[in-house]
Design a binder for this molecule. Structure first.
Ligand code: COA
Length: 175
């Protein structure tokens, strides 16, 4: 299995829309049992606003798109989703679009590549992640990668369990 990460382009809009309606992706984005879409984003607009502080990446397995990631600078990104946040962090969101591609190690490899990318910038001191408190599979996934729990926090209506990975933890985990 060879996983690569590349920036999302407008050609990915259709698959991002498809993944947005996958029950597993919906469940990771909201505890609302009636939700019909995960992010409900205007993907063309999201991709068009790609910048140093806000970017989407597509993971491919041997050239086939299998998952997506958003990597942002939570201090600088314009929506201020994370509220007051110190500089030099990155926040990551990850989803594998189809159930058949989950539980095969693809997500772990995507995270390995993304963490390498984030920490290649020497200014970056840590990564933060906000899985829903109910998403215990994601907690196990992040904790296997070295993330530790910061605490429970509401983001709008979403009850989340914030995790972080410091550069020191990443280096210790990676070595
Ligand atoms: C969370 C997510 C990104 C993890 O990615 P993934 O590719 O499924 O993760 P992995 O395959 O590395 O690990 C998941 C499980 O599969 C197992 N696994 C990994 N490789 C395996 C293999 N080759 N054979 C069998 N099991 C395997 C892992 O041990 C892990 O088991 P666990 O659930 O008992 O802890 C993915 O499942 C997903 O997109 N879920 C829906 C959206 C979501 O929850 N996103 C996170 C938002 S915060």
């Amino acid at each position: 299995m060879t996983i690569t990460l590349r920036p999302a382009t407008l050609d990915d809009v259709a698959i991002l829309e498809l993944w947005d309606r996958d029950p597993g992706v919906i469940a990771c984005s909201s505890d609302d049992p009636d939700a019909e879409q995960a992010f409900g984003a205007d993907w063309a607009e999201e991709i068009a606003t790609f910048s140093d502080v806000w970017a989407y990446w597509i993971a491919e397995e041997d050239g086939r798109p299998v998952g997506a990631m958003q990597i942002i600078d939570p201090h600088l990104e314009p929506t201020h989703y994370w509220g007051e946040c110190p500089p030099n962090l990155r926040a990551i969101d990850i989803w594998i679009g189809d159930a058949i591609d989950r539980n095969r190690g693809i997500g772990a490899e995507m995270m390995r590549l993304a963490l390498e990318k984030c920490f290649a910038n020497p200014d970056v001191i840590g990564i933060v992640i906000d899985p829903l408190n109910s998403n215990t599979a994601a907690h196990r996934f992040y904790q296997r990668l070295g993330f530790t729990v910061v605490g429970r926090r509401m983001f709008g209506d979403d009850d989340c369990l914030v995790h972080q990975l410091t550069r020191e933890d990443w280096e210790a985990h990676d070595s």
